[in-house]
Write a protein that binds this ligand. Structure first.
Ligand code: ATP
Ligand code: MG
Length: 301
């Protein structure tokens, strides 16, 4: 398939899941089991599409790196076992590791807690020419910290700054920060992998029953299921407040991993294509330099 055609398909494929204006967004409108018009028989076709997508992505990343102007930040958020790690691994499998920077954000350290809430993520922003991946991010500050207020207490904030408006304020601060980054050439795309509670249960059971998956199981993850509805409310509110044209959310159905990965790959291809990437042009001066180097090399032994 020609590159242009593939890019157009990628745009159309990822578009139904893109939220660039959060106002009317309702999480219940997205079915975690959605696979558009693909059925499970189409799985091999989806895998092929992913392989083609991964190749295209590698080609685009190569130009991103050579051009050294833009940076791309991909943020992944999800409930446990939604397939964040697998999606990152598969979608990025073709890209040059040199052009890629991945960070996972777990529970904050005491050093993190001694700073403002964006600090630890700002230290990890991608350099120009690179694709940066945040596996969890500052969005946890409006998710786990909102669902468990005891985490907020540990943040050592001056008490008078903790008011009922704190979440609205954090949303605004995040929006402003993302606008600032965008204006500095860091392109942001955010992914919420939306898995259903039943599918999560199935995946946890697999982790318990399959010895090679045992290591992935954490009793705490299972405990967080009790807060499922609070998390869903927090995710919905987060998307409503932070989906913007510059930094859209993709709410990706995640009950079928093969489908999730194609949507993520398509959205990343679309983002890279929007940058009008090209290899740096060789000017007259440089051409002369290349010709001289070629001559010298030919004459040498
Ligand atoms: P995996 O389980 O696949 O290794 P993970 O991202 O789930 O990946 P864990 O170490 O299991 O990693 O979990 C990280 C935990 O850290 C999550 O429960 C998350 O909610 C929590 N966390 C992340 N950021 C914050 C934060 N700012 N404050 C409190 N907890 C946080
Ligand atoms: Mg985990």
């Amino acid at each position: 398939m020609k590159m242009r055609q593939l890019i157009k398909r990628a745009r159309n494929f990822s578009k139904p899941f893109r939220v660039s204006d959060g106002k009317g967004f309702r999480l219940k409108d997205v079915d975690p089991g959605d696979t558009l018009d693909f059925t499970s028989e189409d799985k091999p076709r989806a895998k092929e599409a992913l392989a083609t997508g991964v190749e295209a992505l590698a080609a685009l990343q190569d130009m991103l790196y050579a051009q050294d102007r833009w940076a791309v930040l991909l943020i992944f958020q999800a409930m446990d076992a939604a397939g964040k790690d697998g999606a990152i691994k598969h979608v990025m499998s073709g890209v040059n590791p040199q052009g890629c920077q991945i960070y996972s954000f777990k529970a904050p350290t005491s050093e993190d807690l001694d700073h403002d809430f964006l600090w630890r993520c700002m230290k990890c922003l991608p350099e120009r020419g690179r694709i940066g991946i945040f596996n969890r991010s500052y969005y946890e500050e409006t998710l786990v910290v909102r669902v468990h207020p005891e985490f907020l207490e540990k943040q050592k904030l001056p008490p008078e700054l903790i008011t009922k408006d704190i979440w609205e304020e954090r949303f605004r601060e995040i929006r402003e920060c993302e606008r600032y980054l965008t204006h500095n050439g860091i392109i942001i795309r955010k992914f919420f992998l939306h898995v259903s509670k039943q599918e999560q249960k199935k995946r946890f059971m697999e982790r318990l029953e399959n010895p090679v998956k045992n290591w992935k199981f954490s009793a705490n993850d299972a405990k967080e299921r009790e807060f499922w509805n609070d998390y869903m409310k927090a995710y919905e509110d987060m998307i409503r407040h932070t989906a913007t044209n510059d930094a859209p959310w993709y709410v990706v159905p995640a009950d079928n991993k093969w489908f999730t990965r194609v949507v993520v790959a398509a959205a990343v291809i679309d983002a890279l294509d929007g940058l009008d990437l090209e290899y740096p042009k060789v000017d007259k001066e440089k051409r002369k330099e290349l010709a001289a180097a070629r001559r010298a090399l030919l004459e040498s032994r």
